[in-house]
Design a protein around this ligand. Structure first.
Ligand code: NAD
Length: 241
């Protein structure tokens, strides 16, 4: 294997579709979260400023739901693939738009949560981020600086900057394979990653229940349930190592 080849790698982007079979709701499907609740109220800094009790209550309920959800075969296959690629000296980067922790529960090591994490909260005063599996209220004091009333979910809302963008762009620039799993492809910047990877010379593959908004940008697409498509694809890659 040449050094140039060893430095390139596999980049996977996941969205709500990979967690659907673990019982966590997607966003834009017919029964999706945003068809039931107004996005402007629950996923914007302005909505939080208007009604913090309502927003904290919504995220508290979603955090509680995580206590009983378990990774499915797709999460487990990605974790197995990461270990196999690393053992073979290949790079593997998992970027997720999901705020759940099912990839970590499945054993994935290197996960970039570009939209934040539901099991963490952040203090608007000291900017400290802490792991927080329980409810937060509008009067919960920050465990670090003790400021009261300034704790919020560590999730990226509309109008805010996604996290880890420098690392993500670096990994996309050296991808030789980019795979998008369970995402509708209509929230940027994630929806544009396929084009960045193509520009860097990567092959691109979509695994989704149905064609995403960006389906035409992929070299190959397979449609069906993530719990079936992802283990099959990961096995193909591992057989070739
Ligand atoms: P999405 O709901 O827009 O799309 C989910 C996709 O998964 C759909 O294309 C659907 O066909 C597919 N799918 C459903 N079940 C599947 C299965 N079993 N197997 C395979 N595919 C399946 O979710 P998204 O693309 O992840 O949305 C973009 C991101 O935008 C979200 O992940 C979220 O982080 C972000 N967002 C964040 C907020 C916020 O509060 N911060 C609000 C809205 C959206």
């Amino acid at each position: 294997m040449s050094n140039a080849y060893a430095q390139r790698g596999v980049v996977v982007l996941t969205g709500a579709g990979i967690s659907a079979e673990s019982g966590l709701g997607t966003f834009r499907d017919v029964d999706g979260i945003w068809t039931k609740y107004p996005l402007e109220d629950l996923a914007t800094p302005e909505g939080f400023a208007r009604n913090p009790e309502f927003v904290q209550g919504f995220y508290n309920a979603r955090r509680a739901q995580l206590k009983t959800s378990r990774p499915n075969a797709a999460h487990l296959a990605l974790s197995e693939l990461e270990a196999a690629l690393q053992a073979a000296g290949r790079r593997f980067t998992l970027i997720t738009q999901n705020v759940d922790h099912l990839h970590e529960q499945a054993g994935s090591q290197n996960v970039l949560h570009m939209h934040g994490e539901l099991l963490k909260v952040r203090c608007e005063a000291c900017r400290g981020v802490v792991r927080w599996p329980d409810d937060i209220g509008v009067r919960t004091p920050c465990p670090t600086c003790e400021a009261v009333g300034l704790m919020r979910p560590h999730v990226v809302w509309f109008g805010e900057m996604p996290l880890y963008m420098d690392e993500i762009e670096t990994e996309l620039a050296r991808a030789d394979l980019f795979v998008s799993i369970g995402t509708s492809g209509n929230v940027y910047p994630a929806a544009g990653f396929v084009q960045l990877a193509r520009r860097a010379g990567a092959r691109t593959l979509e695994l989704n229940l149905e064609p995403s908004d960006g389906a035409s940008f992929f070299d190959e697409a397979r449609y069906g349930k993530a719990s079936e498509l992802v283990p099959d694809w990961a096995s193909e890659i591992m057989r070739r190592l």
